[in-house]
Design a binder for this molecule. Structure first.
Ligand code: ADP
Ligand code: MG
Length: 698
């Protein structure tokens, strides 16, 4: 006779399961599901309490979810081709009464309903036209076991409906007992977190508490993903990520890099080199950097500082520390406009010291580009400012010692690493003005040391920001006129975020007439991404020297225009921007000592949510606070530029809810790195980290 079947194991392929043949297994694999444990990590989207049966004589109300049991009679099938509708309705009857049932577009249902003598239906009551009640699109259950207790509702996976998944996952549950706890031997795991096995069991088949009140509490916790079982999976996921970060950091800092001891010397010269005194925060960050450079290990530091906090000066002095040590330096900016602005600023600070910057951007004539590349390879050019043109394969450096990446949020991790690979292991300084909420700083940027410039240069006053209705336009422009006559300069920014640069350019031209009509006699310039390099340099130069007083621009000005005389900015269709982006944009004004204004116009009608979001920017001038709100309101993926970061989108963890776990796992990973356990724990955790489709390697 057949031997006792061996127990199902987590790493068994899905084809082992009943109901899965080679075809289904392939389809599942395309969704990233290969083994039993992959299915076990597919968690319910929500849970429903189906622990009691409602009889049809009970009082019903619209909105209630009920489980009823009976026969479906008087089934009618109607088609409404024009609306592409298929309506099936009937009547469910039990011993106590009856209720109307309606299904929309469930083609396969009709025949089956008539065959079954008795069914369980679970669904929501709604008020039909005419005031009678009906059960809308209920789920149908045949087996009694399926309807008991708290029922997990799984998110559909491509072709696999929730019900089918429920059956499959139920088959997988015995395999949970064979799962080892990847953290059973790890010290430092919070004691209040449940065992992995128990967590998986309870997430797929929650134990029903006896008391009704406890049952509701459990249901709420589960549905908000706040249960301790959810927390356990978040913890493991965050720890796996923290371990990866710790590992990459360890590798980087173990690589030897130029030992540079010029730091103090350069800092002593700061006041000769710069037209201002460094702020306390700038000095502190520069000291941190100088200490990194002396170690002989590759620095990997993120400098976070609000818009206008003076990161460029910090970068310039860092560069000088490396240049004086005889190494080359590259600074990478996300736009040509910003690269050009940097080239100008750095020329002012560093040319006198013997390091004139070279510019390397795609729009430079080919012979000029070739010349810069040649001099970089030869070592006669020591300082280069550019865009991604900098890390194209054909660019070689003779002695690259430092890579500075400005406005990091505009780049992906891939680009950052590509440039690093140009040198043997250059130091890395990353700068960002988009303040990163703490949780993101700890995760996405977890492999970098963090320095914060938490002080603005003296004399800065916050940019006063207001949201005005569109009929206030004439008054607003009257005010702008006054600013201009008093020597101020004005930006008018249009979003056109999703449009191609070409469309942006033409749309901008349309607005030009409108603004001209509102500001007669004022010199106006237009700035967008399609302008040639000369056109761009011309218009920014004229805006700087004051022969152009109004700059009509797209978001290209978000980074890279530093004109202290600019005192006002108008932002059109402001609701289309992210909060951090608005904050970044308005950072273009208020760089001098005159009070500065930012006036937001939004398209009407403006929803409550949108209004609330904009009010955050009006009320707060603190980039960190704004970024936190942005994260809270829109989720990490929406935060400027973070979508491309991948790891920001965790599967179980939530960057707001789980901030405590983020901190804990980061500490734990550091400890594991010290005790040499990192590799072992990573490997054990990896078994239970689901590989998402699209995220898998080639
Ligand atoms: P961000 O941090 O946004 O990149 P920048 O480096 O562009 O800021 O600096 C903003 C402006 O502040 C520039 O005009 C710069 O010259 C000026 N600035 C920087 N540091 C100081 C300082 N310590 N004192 C006075 N002005 C400063
Ligand atoms: Mg900057």
């Amino acid at each position: 006779m057949t031997a006792e079947a061996r127990p199902l194991r987590p790493d068994d392929p899905l084809i082992t399961l009943k109901g899965i043949g080679p075809k289904t297994a392939d389809a599942m694999a395309a969704e990233g599901l290969r083994t039993v444990v992959d299915l076990l990590l597919h968690l319910p989207r929500r849970y429903e309490d189906r622990s009691h049966l409602t009889t049809l004589d009970s009082p019903l109300e619209p909105g209630m979810r009920v489980l009823v049991r009976g026969r479906v009679t008087r089934v009618r099938v109607r088609r409404i081709p024009r609306r592409r509708l298929l309506i099936i309705d009937g009547q469910i009857e039990d011993a106590h009464g009856s209720l109307k049932v309606v299904w929309f577009n469930q083609r396969w249902l009709g025949k089956r309903l008539e065959k079954e003598p008795e069914l369980f239906l679970y669904g929501q009551i709604r008020e039909a036209r005419g005031g009678s009640l009906e059960l809308l699109n209920p789920e149908i259950e045949e087996a009694a076991e399926d309807v008991e207790g708290i029922v997990p509702i799984y998110p559909t996976l491509a072709r696999f409906g929730g019900r089918r998944l429920r059956k499959l996952i139920k088959q997988c549950l015995p395999a949970i007992e064979q799962c080892g706890d990847p953290l059973s031997k790890t010290k430092g795991r919070p004691g209040d977190l449940p065992d992995l096995r128990r967590s998986l069991r309870e997430l797929h088949a929650p134990t029903l508490p006896r008391k009704i009140s406890q049952r509701e509490e459990l249901l709420t916790e589960l549905n908000h993903r706040r249960s301790q079982f959810h927390r356990r999976l978040s913890f493991d996921e965050l720890l796996a990520f923290a371990c990866t970060m710790a590992d990459s950091r360890e590798r980087r800092t173990n690589a030897s890099a130029p030992r540079l001891a010029q730091g103090t010397d350069v800092l002593d010269r700061a006041s000769e080199l710069l037209p201002f005194q460094l702020t306390g925060a700038q000095s502190r960050v520069l000291e941190e950097i100088s200490r990194d450079l002396e170690k002989g290990r590759a620095m990997a530091r993120l400098v976070q500082g609000d818009v206008g906090s003076g990161k460029t000066a910090v970068a310039a002095l860092t560069m000088l520390m490396v240049l004086e040590g005889g190494y080359q330096v590259a600074i990478m900016a996300p736009t040509e406009l910003l690269a050009e602005q940097h080239a100008r600023t750095l020329a002012e600070i560093l040319t006198g010291a013997g390091y004139p910057p070279s510019l390397l951007v795609a729009s430079l004539p080919a012979p000029d580009r070739r010349e810069v590349r040649r001099r970089l390879a030869e070592g006669t050019a020591s300082l280069v400012v550019g865009t991604h043109a900098l890390f194209q394969e054909s660019v070689e450096y003779r002695r690259l010692g430092l890579v500075v990446v400005d406005e990091q949020h505009r780049f992906g991790v891939v680009q950052r690493t590509a440039l690093l690979e140009k040198g043997r292991s250059p130091h890395l300084l990353v700068m960002t003005a988009t303040p990163i909420p703490r949780s993101l700083a700890l995760t996405v940027y977890g492999d970098l040391d963090l320095s914060i410039i938490d002080e603005l240069p003296p004399g800065r006053r916050p940019v006063r920001t207001v949201l005005r209705p569109s009929d206030a336009r004439p008054q607003v422009f009257k005010f702008l006129r006054k600013e201009i006559t008093e020597g101020g300069r004005v930006f008018v920014v249009y979003p056109l975020i999703d449009a191609s640069e070409e469309i942006r350019a033409s749309a901008l031209a349309e607005h030009e007439d409108e603004v001209r009509a509102l500001l007669p006699g004022v010199e106006m310039g237009i700035l967008h991404g399609r302008l040639s390099r000369m056109g761009r340099e011309d218009v920014t130069a004229r805006f700087r020297d004051g022969s152009v007083q109004v700059l009509l621009a797209t978001t290209v000005v978000e980074v890279g225009v530093d004109v202290p005389e600019a005192t006002a900015m108008v932002i059109e269709s402001a609701q289309r921007f992210g909060l951090s982006q608005l904050h970044q944009l308005r950072g273009r004004v208020g760089r001098g000592c005159r009070p500065a204004w930012c006036i937001l116009f939004a398209d009407e009608p403006l929803g409550d949510d949108a209004r609330q979001r904009l009010e955050v920017v009006c009320k707060s001038n603190d980039g960190f606070e704004i970024a936190e709100s942005d994260l809270e309101m829109r989720g990490p993926g929406e935060l400027t530029g973070t979508r491309q970061w991948g790891p920001a989108g965790f599967r179980f963890a939530n960057l707001i809810r789980d901030i405590d776990l983020i901190v804990e796992t980061r500490h734990l990973a550091a400890t594991l790195a010290e005790t040499g356990e990192l590799a072992r724990v990573r490997k054990r955790l990896a078994k239970y980290q689901h590989v998402q489709p699209g995220r898998q390697g080639g």
